[in-house]
Design a protein around this ligand. Sequence first.
Ligand SMILES: [Zn+2]
Length: 416
Amino acid sequence: MKRGFLNSAKAKKETLYPAAAAPSQETASVSHPSQKVEFVSKPRYGKVENRELPGDYTPSKIPMSDMQSNGVYKDHFVNGFVFTTIPPKRDPAGNNTELLLHGPTKKKVLSTPGFLKPIPMPTGPVSYALRSTPDMGFGCFATRAIKAGDVIFAERPLLLVPMGMHVPNRAQIYERYGTHQGALVALAEWEKMLEVAVARMTEENRNAFMALANNHQEDGSGPIAGIVRTNGYMTDEIFDGPMKLPNNLNTYSAILKIGSRINHSCRPNVVHDFDLVSFSFSFKASKDIAAGEQLFYSYCDVNASASVRRSQLAPYGVVCKCLSCINATPASDKIRMEFNDRINDCAKWILDPRANVHHALKLRQDMVDEGLEGQLTYAYCVNFISGFYLLMEEPIKAQRFQAEFEKYNRLAKLRF
Ligand SMILES: [Zn+2]
């Protein structure tokens, strides 16, 4: 995922259903002779009462036998979308992704210059392991010290599916069943589509997929849709049509064997990067990580207040208990919300470095206190501080902050 500086606030593991107030804010209308019927693009979450499907509903059947030839799955088209596999010739090591994507988008992906490169190698020997946690299900832990910028692991997704629920005949479904039951039927039909993609996986990949967490057991999602909604990473490099829509509904969601096991914290120590050419996600340490520490990724906007973060995490079924959430105050909210403005102020402060260096040092300390050294803002900040000390003719201090900048710049890759 591309992230620009000062947009680093953007949710990294983009929620499929961001901050939706149940039942849903993402609706569109279809005409109906007697009433205005709305259909839901982003399904509801939380506990949905009365989840019974209409008695006359019969699930669609997608014939699996049409997809096989000599025991190997081939591409199968449904309403302009295609069930397919990357790489097309399956990798015996299991690095295969099953996809449901728009036909022209598949063509666009396969014609990426250099496609398909091998998956990047991690930095050094294996540095992580999955373990169960007392309160977060499984988690991913460092098995040795990891340095900021190191690649911890890289992997191809198990599954890649449209971010917006793709259901053929959705308008007719809503017209027939109305908003509440229409939403349930649409989810049931979506589950049928996802079942096909999962059935095409190798047994090992399917077992890994089905073992992932599902925090959507009471909102009408089927077991596969629940796993997709809980564990999806947005891949905004892949989108249908000429440009990405503001609501991200024409992008895709990737579910990963290891990456989807990384739990959330508002004090993250890991970032990810999706590379289209190798069709893989790399997970990198955003700060130094000690052996035994849990790896954390932020599913929400880390520069938002605690209450906004809480609402962004709700669709994942995550209640964050990180230090910053437990100890949140109006003052700590203000600090998080002002980081980006304060880094911009550094450009003014440096005009009078001696009078203002304390502002930049305070900004750095506030970011450390909030556990946000892995942010691009932090790399900018320490680079500014080094500049302040150079101008103040204090080369030893300047060098110290320059060294810190270079450490974090392994991720930020800033150029001045
Ligand atoms: Zn938190």
